[in-house]
Design a protein around this ligand. Structure first.
Ligand code: ADP
Ligand code: TRP
Length: 328
């Protein structure tokens, strides 16, 4: 069985896009019995986070939410990146074989430059730290969204270069794995759902604000009895992403869009159906999250267990890397 690693930045509250694009796949892979390492990328998000107490709370909440979604500490090693500080050392060792030009061509960095953001060195080095995360546990597969593929490719290049320059088989070369049918989930405004656009839907929000949020999803001006195209509707696309495209509820909803009938079927009805789906689909996760928030010791224990498992492997990799460069 291939060993799997993936991570998510604690840069805000988790949203439906993160769930459909990443977290759900991790839960599925866990169910298939893969050996899996999932971590909260707390060093990575430091490129942007500055309010320490708020940051600590965000990190904690993300870890709690991942457990609530169904990551099981007995099967998936869930850990905080900064609880495995060897990755920062590995990142330094790797940076010493990385040509400047490789980092200068990374799209994440170039996008920030194009947006006029003045980048810090941490942002420039971001892919090197990501490479260290992956190589540190000898991961075979890295399930990520499309935006991350370049980072996995550069990880392979860096691993090969390190092994070559130090003439030692220190790092295993990983492959990426795209999220199957990875559709970009739209936010309430129809743009890509993203923490940075303020257009997210939080599946853990209380029912009243959640309803308000769902009712605010942008739709066109078609009336109750007009035939509507589900494919271009943000409400339908979110519904389909959660329920699945072959689910009977999705198929029925598409029919009602196309043939509203004499009684009519409007966007208000569709939004209420989506709200019902969210409450139903995330009901168990919402209950688990409430339990975990009342039991911080359980979250601590899960994170400790995950860090211990990761660290045992990461220490061996770091020892190999040190020895290869003459630092043993
Ligand atoms: P954000 O854009 O909200 O900051 P991140 O860049 O931290 O999200 O993404 C974390 C993970 O969630 C990545 O694997 C990414 O591919 C996935 N993801 C984020 N937004 C979406 C979306 N709108 N649709 C599908 N997947 C998404
Ligand atoms: N860069 C990833 C993102 O923004 C998060 C991340 C950090 C990651 N290290 C990783 C993902 C290692 C996979 C493997 O979504």
């Amino acid at each position: 069985m291939p060993r799997i690693l993936s991570g998510i930045q604690p840069s805000g509250r988790i949203h439906l896009g993160n769930y459909c694009g990443a977290v759900r796949q991790w839960v599925d892979l866990q169910e298939l019995g893969h050996e899996q390492f999932i971590f909260v990328a707390s060093y990575h998000a430091l490129t942007t986070q500055r309010d320490a107490p708020a940051y600590r709370a965000t990190i904690r909440q993300l870890a709690t939410d991942l457990l609530a979604f169904g990551l099981d500490p007995a099967r998936t090693a869930l850990y905080l990146q900064h609880d495995v500080p060897e990755v920062a050392e590995l990142a330094w060792l790797i940076s010493c074989v990385c040509p400047m030009a490789w980092m200068e061509k990374m799209v994440g960095y170039k996008d920030k430059l194009a947006k006029g953001i003045s980048p810090n060195v941490g942002l420039f080095n971001y892919p090197i730290l990501q490479a260290a995360d992956i190589l540190s546990v000898d991961a075979d597969l890295v399930p990520v969204g499309r935006d991350q593929v370049q980072h996995i490719e550069i990880t392979r290049d860096l691993a090969a270069r390190f092994n070559e320059e130090f003439q030692a088989p220190v790092f295993k070369l990983p492959a990426h794995r795209l999220v199957p049918e990875a559709e970009v989930l739209p936010g309430v405004d129809g743009e890509k759902m993203s923490k940075s656009y303020g257009n997210t839907i939080d599946p853990f929000e209380d029912e009243n604000p959640l309803k308000k949020r769902v009712m605010s999803i942008k739709t066109d001006g078609k009336g109750l009895t007009d035939a509507k195209d589900p494919e271009t509707c943000n409400v339908f696309r979110i519904f389909r992403a959660i329920a699945g495209k072959n689910d009977q509820r999705t198929i029925d909803l598409a029919v009602r869009y196309r043939e509203p009938g004499p009684q009519g079927f409007g966007y208000g009805h569709a939004k209420l159906a989506l709200l019902g789906l969210i409450l139903d689909h995330f009901g168990p996760a919402r209950r688990r999250r409430a339990e975990l928030m009342a039991d911080p010791a359980a979250v601590d224990a899960a994170l400790r267990q995950g860090a211990d498992r990761a660290r045992a492997i990461v220490r061996r990799t770091t020892d190999r890397a040190r020895a290869a460069c003459g630092l043993a």
